[in-house]
Design a protein around this ligand. Structure first.
Ligand SMILES: Cc1cc2nc3c(=O)[nH]c(=O)nc-3n(C[C@H](O)[C@H](O)[C@H](O)COP(=O)(O)OP(=O)(O)OC[C@H]3O[C@@H](n4cnc5c(N)ncnc54)[C@H](O)[C@@H]3O)c2cc1C
Length: 363
């Protein structure tokens, strides 16, 4: 006989793991967490740039990021970093508009002149003249957070089956009959789609229409540069969105802020994107690059309006979306998981209004 579960979560990245922990903590439902790979966290979750910043992802994502802050702080996974969004001569208006946009939704941001940004970014090239400093930005210990959720799910009795990708989902009168890559079959009352870049393919397996959740590749390179990287260097972002970099254990993590459409896959960095990143970096600071030590890429998956998708499918109350976490799925994880668990359990919503994230918005 097939093993029977009330809720089966597909995908054990940050989304699936955090939701498994949240549901496990509040219900005595039988929950199963499925992962296609040998190890959870192999895809987007294991490849992030690991920061928490309230201005990232847009004002629509900010409530989730802000609500997650105290929980992440309590878990001890945040380290203060600060973020500095900089502009060249002539871009002062864009920097001011960026600051105004996020101040309007309650983010603390200070405008800095050339002297102010130079004091924080030594050897800054002359054409960078203004900046917006967001002091509350932190680094996140992503691996510790993911392990925390997996551990919590385990303690609440949620099994994690790896190398057990969902291959087929057949609708039954009471839910789903699921076929897994390891040959097992299980039944589920509710199927939760936390499959990251594979969110639309998983919906298709279940016979539902895709929402247009599209994966985009983003590249990160780890650089060794001449001279020491200041420990207190903030995360430095370009107001025009062409790069960001931050220190990491005496090295720099640098991204060209690329966003190349991709099929769901094991994303790999392209040399051209790494070269582009280094070229842009050299236009910002006079810190000769000694070598690129390491490079990686991951997929950030966005719904068409770039807001996440949390909630039951309007066409099928046994299918729940927990997808479209884009470039903010780590920093929003605690609030997103709490909100999704409340929706799944039929509880009232907490501090964050779920309406903007409902799959019903796609008609
Ligand atoms: C370069 C980069 C930098 C980033 N920086 C940040 C940052 O600084 N801060 C931040 O908050 N976010 C950041 N992000 C975004 C963040 O990493 C993602 O939003 C988050 O990891 C998404 O988590 P997820 O669980 O939805 O996806 P994933 O981690 O990709 O997990 C989905 C899982 O589903 C599994 N799966 C797929 N199909 C099936 C199936 N059929 N059966 C079973 N399992 C399946 C996959 O194997 C995968 O493990 C960054 C992302 C990238 C790529």
């Amino acid at each position: 006989m097939d093993a029977a579960f009330d809720i089966v979560i597909v995908g054990a990245g940050m989304a699936g793991a955090s939701l498994a922990a949240a549901i496990g903590a509040r219900a005595n439902a039988r929950v199963l967490l499925l992962e296609a790979e040998e190890h959870p966290g192999y895809h987007a979750t294991g490849r992030s740039a690991a920061f928490w910043t309230e201005s990232y992802g847009g004002p629509g994502v900010k409530p989730l990021t802000t609500a997650s802050g105290p929980l992440l702080r309590d878990l001890g996974v945040l380290t203060p970093r600060g973020a500095l969004t900089i502009g060249r001569a002539g871009q002062e208006g864009e920097v001011a508009a960026f600051a105004a946009r996020y101040r309007a939704v309650g983010v603390e941001i200070d405008l800095l002149d050339r002297a102010g940004i130079e004091a924080r970014v030594p050897n800054l090239r002359a054409d960078w003249t203004s900046g917006a400093l967001e002091p509350s930005t932190c680094d996140i210990d992503v691996a510790a957070l993911h392990q925390h959720y997996l551990g919590q799910a385990h303690r609440h009795g949620v099994p994690l089956w790896c190398r057990a990708g969902l291959l087929a989902a057949e609708r039954t009168t009471s839910g789903w009959s699921l076929a897994l890559a390891d040959g097992r079959r299980v039944t589920a009352g509710v199927l939760v789609n936390a499959a990251g870049a594979w969110a639309d393919p998983v919906a298709r397996l279940a016979g539902l229409g895709p929402l247009g959740i599209a994966p985009y590749r983003r590249t990160v390179a780890q650089l060794a540069v001449e001279g020491p990287v200041p420990d207190d260097l903030p995360l430095v972002l370009d107001v025009a969105g062409c790069f960001y970099f931050k220190p990491e254990s005496g090295r720099l993590w640098l991204s060209p802020h690329d966003e190349t459409p991709s099929a769901p896959c094991d994303a790999a960095p392209e040399e051209i994107d790494v070269a582009l990143a280094v070229d842009r970096f050299e236009q910002v600071v006079d810190w000769p690059v000694r070598r690129v030590e390491h490079r990686w890429a991951g997929l950030r998956s966005f719904a068409p309006d770039r807001l996440p998708v949390y909630g039951f499918a309007p066409q099928d109350a046994a299918f729940f979306w927990f997808a479209g976490q884009g470039g903010f799925g780590i920093q929003t994880a605690p609030a997103a998981a709490d909100l999704a668990a409340r929706l799944l359990m039929g509880e009232g919503h907490g501090g964050v209004d779920p309406a903007a994230y409902s799959p019903a918005r796609f008609g």
